[in-house]
Design a protein around this ligand. Sequence first.
Ligand SMILES: [Zn+2]
Length: 239
Amino acid sequence: MKSTYNLQQLEAPESLELRVYAQIRQAIMQGQLQPGERLVLDRLATSLGVSRVPVTQALKRLETQGFVSNTRRGETVVVELSAADAFELYTLRIRLQPLAARYAAPRIQPEQLAEMENLAEWIAPLSGAERFAMDRRFHEALANASGMPRLAQMCGNLWELTEVYRAALDTQVHDLNLKIMDNENSSREHDALLAALRQKDGVAAEAIERAHVVRATKLVFQVIGQSFPIPASEIDDLR
Ligand SMILES: [Zn+2]
């Protein structure tokens, strides 16, 4: 426990809210709080040993990120993963991330490429939440290298909104072989993407990033029990 170490920070309301937020979010991502579960403000506050204020603020933040939602009766619940939301968000990711890759290839600076190479090396042996977090940094670095700040911001927002689905992959997939295979494919794709970036080949970078996101999307839909609702012909086109 780092309780004494963090004492100073706790006096600042904002950091307390952030800590409460991180704690609840982690509980959702690790499945301690289940989809559909009602979140009672007082019980959360008591359980975390804080007042209602930071919990209310943290829940608002979690709502904007799609982790919790409010029912008509004013109850806050952990979101059930919705296929329609996932379809919209991943359709946007399938379009925007490859676009960022296309523009990043001719524009990427040596230090940005080096950062991505380092991240890819870090990611390779990781799994679960740690891998997700580093993978996100890898793709954010790619989006930043596009030299299009609005595009990078949009990609960042989509990442934030799809965290809940990535978390589901981690907590709901118990097939270890599937996870290992997914990690290996993903690392192979990262290496291929880096090779395309080194060659400043925007067309190849775009195609590799698209294949990477399409594969992740299919896995998400497998996990939330829906078939991928894009016509087969379009999936072929997206590959
Ligand atoms: Zn990746």
